[in-house]
Design a protein around this ligand. Structure first.
Ligand SMILES: Nc1nc2c(c(=O)[nH]1)N[C@H]1C(S)=C(S)[C@@H](COP(=O)(O)O)O[C@H]1N2
Ligand SMILES: [Mo]
Length: 163
């Protein structure tokens, strides 16, 4: 009887672990190729770094992938194709806690700016803790880290045109 009493919770734990889907980042909206990227997908992309000062003014080096590279993978207009009505498109970043921030596409494009905006999976060489990760957006050079959203779960491209 005792064995069964131990066995059942262990079995339930196994079922629960198997049912947990691995983390994916959803990329959707006005994109030609909607994506569900796993951490392996992101790790396989060329990496880069960006600096971010925390609330206490301490600088940290984040590693990850440029947001623009993810948008390119999703078929979003970048570079020379980013003109005309595409300039009224924006990226809405959604986090696990419901926090949302937005960037215009031009703000993320290396043909418009040298500013680094990356989706980071490591800070100072260490994987982000669950409270901040697995992915944190890092917008380098901003005076406040308020747009550097943590626990990012989705990126959606939308049109700001009202007509
Ligand atoms: N998901 C999420 N990201 C967020 C926030 C939040 O409430 N939720 N707060 C922002 C604000 S206002 C600040 S100042 C920074 C704080 O980052 P730090 O803890 O690395 O200093 O996180 C930003 N990212
Ligand atoms: Mo803040």
């Amino acid at each position: 009887m005792k064995t069964i009493a131990c066995f059942i919770p262990a079995l339930l734990l196994c079922i629960n672990l198997l049912a947990q889907k691995p983390f994916t980042l959803k990329v959707s909206g006005v994109v030609s190729k909607p994506l569900q990227l796993t951490m392996e997908d992101l790790n396989a992309m060329p990496g880069t770094t960006a600096l971010l000062q925390d609330r206490d003014g301490k600088s940290h080096t984040y590693s990850g992938v440029p947001v623009s590279a993810i948008l390119t993978k999703a078929g979003v207009t970048t570079g020379k194709a980013l003109h005309g009505e595409n300039l009224s498109k924006y990226l809405l970043v959604t986090c696990a806690d419901g926090y949302e921030v937005l960037f215009s596409l031009a703000e993320l494009d290396s043909s418009f700016t040298d500013k680094k905006v990356i989706l980071a999976y490591k800070a100072d060489g260490v994987a982000l803790p669950p409270s901040k990760g697995p992915l944190r957006l890092v917008a380098e050079g901003e005076k406040r880290p308020a747009r550097s959203s943590y626990q990012v779960v989705a990126l959606a491209v939308r049109s700001g045109r009202e007509r």
